[in-house]
Design a binder for this molecule. Structure first.
Ligand SMILES: Nc1nc2c(c(=O)[nH]1)N[C@H]1C(S)=C(S)[C@@H](COP(=O)(O)OP(=O)(O)OC[C@H]3O[C@@H](n4cnc5c(N)ncnc54)[C@H](O)[C@@H]3O)O[C@H]1N2
Ligand code: MOO
Length: 390
């Protein structure tokens, strides 16, 4: 059996970036930017007022000084002319500063009578002017690769870049297997349960930049599995769920091999998630997840999310970890890296008592997986530990 790190490296060896596409800004949220965005203009394109008030020459801004208002500069309609000594221009936020001015006196500090203003006795420092290019200049960039945030999109828009080159979303075919499974909303027979794993995995995949396609549930026979796998031929990544262990009905590995899957590894020193497999099938990468609901989701966080990021051109790295303080003692660990369901609150991590890999109710309460390395000794409450946020 290989380690979690070895398995992840083997998966990185299998995946390749999916290529790029152009998308309009309005559809680019959360996408992986593939090519840096470069500004071709200044922002602001002119020295602009940061306040509503009066623009004048700052050297004349003495307390109680008087000025004659000779015009107006509003956003979108600047003042066309020069401001001389003893003169000022009514100005609004975002408007260009007229020639001859370099300071804005906020209107709260001004008394106006007709076309004459008098400054207050006490003036703030100002100058309430945003210099041209203060935000960005031609040649400034939004670097790539990166996952586009709402702020990035606002910045790209301000740069007047209407479309972005982003990584194509990897298409992930999700294939649940098992005679016992029916879809949510159907009426299960007495020996059946509801297929749940695909729904958690679909959400995880789509939150991490993939496009998940649920295939019809495959039954525990070769014909049904073949028919379902045939439907996945155009996917970038085929993810099977269940049928991965050693039981008589666990046929995913054999059927995939018959269909040409070139297996990279089978079984990983981790808990839950031991019967994980991966390989290449035609143009697609195939990852076979264990069926136990928590196992499949843990493998999703540990392997699928980093694989998707690599396919999106975001680099090859394990899921980032954080640290927190243990609230109670934890026993020593065995030969498999253990991802224990836990809850982190205010920097303190509490491990759930029940770690059975069938318990979705526990997983749903968890927001962390405490990572217990292979054969790690027992830990006492109060120590700092590493966890994977989920
Ligand atoms: N003799 C051994 N038995 C088992 C071993 C072993 O090493 N020797 N490993 C155990 C471990 S660890 C795991 S994990 C499971 C994985 O088994 P499979 O991947 O073959 O999964 P199934 O047997 O198909 O299902 C396991 C369990 O999960 C339920 N399941 C499956 N798919 C779904 C789904 N889409 N939605 C909801 N629930 C699902 C299924 O009904 C079973 O209860 O093997 C152990 N056995
Ligand atoms: O590895 Mo299994 O995934 O322990 O439940």
């Amino acid at each position: 059996m290989i380690t979690v790190n070895e398995a992840l490296d083997a998966i990185f060896d299998l995946v390749t970036p999916c290529g790029t596409e152009e998308v309009p800004l309005a559809e680019a949220a959360g996408r992986a930017l593939a090519v840096p965005v470069t500004a071709t203009r200044l922002q602001p394109p002119f020295a602009a007022s940061a306040m509503d008030g009066y623009a004048l020459n700052g050297v004349e801004a003495d307390p109680e000084a008087m000025f004659r208002v000779i015009g107006e500069s509003a956003a979108g309609h600047g003042f066309d002319g020069r401001v001389g000594p003893g003169e000022c221009v009514r100005i609004f936020t975002g408007a260009p500063l007229p020639e001859g001015t370099n300071r804005v006196i906020i209107q709260e500090d001004v008394t106006r009578k007709g076309n004459l203003i008098t400054l207050a006795r006490k003036l703030d420092k100002g100058p309430h002017v945003r210099p041209a290019g203060a935000d960005f200049k031609p040649g400034d960039t939004i670097p790539a690769p990166r996952v586009l945030t709402p702020a990035d999109l606002a910045l790209a828009a301000a740069m007047n870049v209407p479309t972005l080159t982003v990584a194509r979303r990897p298409v992930v075919a999700l294939l649940a297997t098992g005679d016992e499974l029916v879809m949510p909303g159907e009426t299960p027979g007495p020996d059946q349960i509801i297929a749940s794993n695909s729904f958690g995995l679909k959400a995880l995949i789509e939150a991490n930049g993939g496009h998940a396609r649920m295939l019809p549930i495959a039954r525990d026979n070769a014909d049904s599995l073949r028919a379902a796998l045939d439907l996945a031929a155009d996917a970038d990544l085929i993810v099977t769920i269940g049928g991965a262990s050693v039981g008589d009905h666990d046929i995913v590995g054999d059927v995939a091999a018959d269909m040409g899957m070139d297996q990279s590894f089978y079984k990983v020193l981790m808990r839950p998630g031991k019967p994980l497999m991966a390989g290449r099938m035609g143009d697609a990468v195939m990852i076979g997840l264990p069926g136990n609901p928590v196992s499949s989701m843990v493998c999703g966080h540990v392997f699928l999310v980093p694989a998707l990021r690599a396919m999106l051109g975001l680099g090859e790295a394990a899921a980032p970890r954080r640290s927190a303080m243990l609230t109670a003692d934890v026993a020593s660990n065995g030969p498999r890296e253990h991802y224990m369901r836990a809850r982190v609150e205010n920097g303190e991590l509490t491990v759930f008592d029940s770690q059975d890999s069938a318990l979705l109710s526990v997983l749903a309460q968890a927001n962390a997986l405490l990572v217990r390395p292979v054969t790690a000794p027992a830990l006492a409450a109060g120590v700092q530990v590493e966890y994977l946020p989920i």
